[in-house]
Design a protein around this ligand. Structure first.
Ligand code: NAD
Length: 348
């Protein structure tokens, strides 16, 4: 079984490669780690592989999927939960199996959202730099006590719910918007529509997936409905926010703070070192200059526990596909491995 792993980082080699080698001492999963992302320029490098393993910035549009299919690939394994970068209709048409890792430590992402909220609120990012410079002045570091504040969660799935549990511990009031409400959240707060949620929240945290219906869910109109001075947090997908409108809201001081782990144009930058480059994304560079904006490079998932779960689930998805066992992680449950008599997985 040949698996081409795109956008591979040292930690992918350690966790995914390490687990594959441990589970499969005869190395019948032949893992090829590729440092670059998948695109139409690089798809041919998967020729001969049975499956590809991809991450959030890999491109799997119709053209790339057709190229992969022509090269013999029959399975797409996402080592992430979001799948907005995959043309699922085309995958289905081609008979490609597609599976994701729907849940890997939702607490890791929720805890990171809280870390961003409290960094921005209590200004520890500024304090850290000041103290290193021998400046112990508190001017400009005034925060607000979270207890008693209203937090709005947009999208109460696994991560939104994990955030609700944590934030309840701070003594916050919780409201949520989700078109598919569940009873579980009702233990923590109330559901409402987005128009009602926005004006009452001191903090709005986004946890819905990026889809056509959620693209720019935060735009000029919805920003205007937010409470004056509120904080916006996005650890979900950059495309949920119209960044140009958010910039205007920050400049007019209507928006009081912005915490981003994800950014619309992140594909060109995130996960790589550009410290020696001139970055030509003026919007991002302007955002990082605001003292009330914190930007991180899509790292909310990045814990040892989450990487372990991602590796385990990805290899389980590969097993299930190769055995022809239906998996609940399948986004497209079609396609079977080509018969490879030399592969232990194919025989199972
Ligand atoms: P989930 O599928 O468990 O929950 C998503 C929720 O969003 C569901 O309850 C769904 O009903 C709701 N939803 C759908 N459309 C909506 C809309 N228009 N408005 C409001 N809610 C809507 O997903 P999850 O595991 O909680 O993950 C949420 C998102 O977080 C993922 O889609 C992914 O993009 C992102 N994510 C980011 C990181 C990171 O490292 N920053 C890591 C993992 C996941």
């Amino acid at each position: 079984m040949k698996l081409a792993v795109f956008s591979a980082k040292p930690y992918d080699r350690e966790y995914l490669g390490g687990l594959a080698a441990k589970r499969d001492p005869l190395s019948e999963i032949e893992t090829n780690f590729l440092d670059f992302s998948l695109s139409s320029d690089t798809a041919a490098l998967a020729n001969g592989a049975d499956a590809v393993c991809v991450f959030v910035h890999d491109t799997l549009d119709a053209k790339v999927l057709q190229e992969l299919h022509a090269g013999g690939v029959r399975a797409i394994l996402l080592r992430c939960s979001g799948y907005n970068n995959v043309d699922l209709k085309e995958a289905e048409k081609l008979g490609l199996f597609v599976a994701n890792v729907p849940s890997y430590s939702p607490e890791a992402v929720a805890e990171f959202a809280v870390a961003l909220i409290q960094t921005l609120n209590r200004k520890t990012h500024r304090a850290y730099n000041r103290v290193r410079d021998g400046n112990f002045n508190l001017d400009g570091l005034l925060g607000r006590t979270l207890h008693g504040k209203t937090v709005g969660i947009v999208g109460v799935g696994r991560i939104g719910l994990a955030l609700a549990r944590i934030v309840q511990g701070f003594g916050c009031k919780l409201v949520a918007y989700d078109p598919s409400p569940t009873d579980v959240f009702k233990e923590y707060g109330e559901y409402t529509d987005l128009d009602t949620l926005l004006p009452q929240c001191d903090i709005v945290s986004l946890h819905c997936p990026l889809m056509d219906s959620t693209r720019h869910i935060i735009n000029e109109t919805t920003l205007a409905k937010m409470k004056q001075g509120a904080m916006l947090v996005n650890t979900s997908r950059g495309g949920l926010i119209d960044t140009g409108c958010v910039m205007k809201a920050l400049k007019s001081k209507h928006l009081g703070g912005l915490a981003l782990d994800v950014y619309e144009g992140e594909g060109a930058l995130f996960y790589n070192d550009h410290s020696g480059d001139i970055i030509d994304d003026d919007l991002l560079m302007r955002l990082t200059a605001f003292h009330n904006v914190v930007v991180c490079g899509h790292q909310a998932f990045f814990t040892e526990e989450a990487l372990t779960e991602i590796a385990e689930c990805t290899l389980r998805n590969l097993d299930d596909w190769s055995k022809g066992v239906p998996t609940r992680n399948a986004l497209v449950q079609v396609g079977r491995p080509m018969a490879r008599r030399d592969s232990r997985l194919a025989r199972l």
